[in-house]
Design a protein around this ligand. Structure first.
Ligand code: ARG
Length: 461
C-alpha cells in the first residue's frame, strides 16, 4: 500500500485530492524525534509484555537509532506518498530493519494515542523555550529599570496625565505580566506531563502493555486515567494557545507604550538603529517596526486561539479527524513568538530614554492635584472638601495659564483659606513620588524592593 498504514479493507487507494487533504507531513514532521522517542518506549513495553524477543528488541532499537540519526541529518524525510509523520517513520523503520521486524512495532498503539502524546512532548519543550525567551524581555526591562532608578515621568490613566511616576515603576509594570506568563507555562507543564500513550485508539491497550512505564520513560510524571480523554482531549493545546496569545498581548501593550514614547510629540525615548527601520522614500524616518509587528502578531495569535477553540467546540468523543487541525495554529504561535521575543528584548534593552523630557512633563497636566488634596487631608480637612479645593486650584491655574507647581504663596488664599504656604512643599514631582511609599507604590524604596523581587523570580527559573 505504498507505505500507507491502512488499506487491507480497501480495493483501491485514495483519490489524489483525498490524499492531498489528508496529508499532514508538511506540518507534523517537526514531531519526528518525539515519535521516535515514543517508539523506543513502546518497543520496550512490547518486549516486557513478551511480544518482542530480546533480539527483536535490540534490532528494533538499533533500527530506531539509525532512523533517528538519518532524520536529524536530513538523510531521511517524508516522501510525497507518506500521509503523516507516523506513517513516514514506520516506512523508514521497515526500510532499515525489514517488514517482519518493523511491522511489529505498531501492535497495541494507535496514531490517536501517539499524536496526543507527541503534541504534549513537543509543547513541553517548545513552551520551555518560549518561557526562556520571555524571561529575556523581563531581564531587559529589569536592566533598564535599574539603570534609570530615580527618573520621573508622567503617569497616565485614560492616556491623560494622572500622577507622576518613576520610569522604573512603569517599566516593571510591563515585567510582571510576563513573569506571570512564565509561571503559566510552568503551571501548564504539570498538566502536560501526563502521557496518553496506552490509550490506543480510544478504549485502551489490550496487549498487556504498561502505560505507566512508557510514561516514565518519556519523562512524564503519570499516564492518563481515561483513554477516551487521553485521545480526544485538546484542551491542553488550547491552553497553550491561550498562554502564547497572552504573551503576545502583553508584548503588544508594552509595544504600544514604546510606539508612543518614540513619537516626536512624546520624545521620551529613541530607538537604537539596530532595532528600527527606515523608509524607502522619507529619509528622516526611524520606525518602531519591532513594536508594530508585536502589536500585529498579537492579533494573529488571538486568532490561532479562537480558531482552535472553534474547532473543538462541537466535537463528540472520541477521536475525530478535526483534531488534526490543532497543530498548525499552536505551531504558528510558537514560531511567531520565538522570532518576536528576542527582537522585543533587543528593542527594550537598547532604548535610550530622555529623562529631561520626561521630568519636564511629569508635573504638567495638573498631575499634582491629588497631592494637594492629600496634603489637605493631613491638615484634617475631609477628603470630599479637599477634592473640591484641589479642583479649585486646577481651575485657577487653568484660567491663569499656570501649572500647580507655579502657584505662589500669595495666590493660595484667593483659592481657599485652608491653603497655607506649606502646601507648596508637596507641589513637587519628587515629593509626590516619595509620598507613595506603601508596598507596590512608586516611591524609590518600593521600586527598589520590586527590582529585588524580580531578581529573585528570575533566579528561580
Ligand atoms: N494526523 C492525525 C492527527 O494529527 C494523527 C492521528 C490520525 N488518526 C487517524 N485515525 N486518522 O490528529
Amino acid at each position: 500500500h505504498e507505505g500507507r498504514l491502512w488499506g487491507g479493507r480497501f480495493a483501491g487507494g485514495p483519490a489524489e485530492a483525498m490524499f492531498a487533504l489528508s496529508q499532514s507531513t508538511q506540518f507534523d514532521w517537526r514531531l519526528a524525534s518525539y515519535d521516535i522517542a515514543g517508539s523506543r518506549a513502546h518497543a520496550r513495553a512490547l518486549h516486557r509484555a513478551g511480544l518482542l524477543t530480546e533480539a527483536e528488541l535490540a534490532g528494533m532499537l538499533a533500527g530506531l537509532d539509525r532512523l533517528d540519526a538519518d532524520v536529524r541529518s536530513g538523510a531521511f524525510g517524508p516522501a510525497p506518498t507518506d500521509e503523516d509523520v507516523h506513517g513516514a517513520l514506520e516506512r523508514g523503520l521497515i526500510e532499515r530493519v525489514g517488514a517482519d521486524l518493523g511491522g511489529r512495532l505498531r501492535a497495541g498503539r494507535s496514531r490517536n494515542d501517539q499524536i496526543a502524546t507527541l503534541i504534549r512532548l513537543y509543547l513541553r519543550d517548545a513552551l520551555a523555550e518560549v518561557g526562556a525567551a520571555v524571561l529575556e524581555v523581563v531581564d531587559a526591562l529589569h536592566a533598564q529599570a535599574e539603570r534609570h532608578l530615580g527618573v520621573a515621568m508622567p503617569g497616565r490613566t485614560h492616556l491623560q496625565h494622572a500622577q507622576p511616576l518613576l520610569l522604573s515603576h512603569h517599566l516593571l509594570a510591563h515585567a510582571w505580566p510576563l513573569i506571570r506568563d512564565r509561571q503559566r507555562i510552568a503551571d501548564l507543564d504539570r498538566r502536560l506531563a501526563v502521557s496518553p500513550y496506552g490509550s490506543a485508539a480510544l478504549a485502551g491497550t489490550s496487549l498487556g502493555l504498561d502505560p505507566e512505564a512508557v510514561a516514565a520513560e518519556l519523562g512524564f510524571s503519570a499516564s492518563v486515567p481515561n483513554s477516551i480523554d487521553g485521545t480526544a482531549a485538546r484542551d491542553l493545546a488550547a491552553e497553550a494557545a491561550y498562554v502564547l496569545a497572552q504573551i503576545a498581548v502583553d508584548l503588544s501593550r508594552l509595544s504600544e507604550d514604546v510606539i508612543l514614547w518614540v513619537t516626536h510629540e512624546f520624545g521620551f525615548a529613541t530607538l537604537d538603529d539596530a532595532w528600527s527601520t527606515g523608509s524607502s522614500i522619507m529619509p528622516q524616518k526611524k520606525n518602531p517596526d519591532v513594536a508594530e509587528l508585536a502589536r500585529g502578531k498579537a492579533g494573529r495569535l488571538i486568532g490561532n486561539l479562537a480558531g482552535l477553540l472553534a474547532t473543538l467546540k462541537g466535537l463528540p468523543l472520541a477521536y475525530n479527524r478535526d483534531l488534526q487541525e490543532d497543530k498548525e495554529p499552536v505551531f504558528d504561535s510558537i514560531d511567531q513568538l520565538l522570532v518576536l521575543l528576542p527582537a522585543v528584548a533587543g528593542m527594550v534593552g537598547t532604548l535610550t530614554f530622555h529623562p529631561d523630557r520626561m521630568e519636564a512633563l511629569a508635573p504638567r497636566g495638573f498631575s499634582l492635584a491629588t497631592d494637594v488634596a492629600d496634603w489637605l487631608v493631613r491638615q484634617r480637612v475631609p477628603f470630599a472638601q479637599a477634592h473640591e479645593i484641589a479642583g479649585a486650584c486646577v481651575r485657577f491655574c487653568e484660567q491663569n495659564g499656570l501649572e500647580l507647581s507655579d502657584l505662589t504663596a500669595d495666590q493660595l488664599p484667593q483659592i481657599a483659606p485652608e491653603l497655607t504656604p506649606d502646601v507648596l512643599d508637596v507641589l513637587t514631582v519628587a515629593g509626590s513620588i516619595a509620598s507613595r511609599n506603601g508596598r507596590g507604590g512608586t516611591a524609590t524604596a518600593q521600586v527598589r524592593a520590586q527590582l529585588a523581587e524580580i531578581a529573585t523570580v528570575l533566579a528561580e527559573f
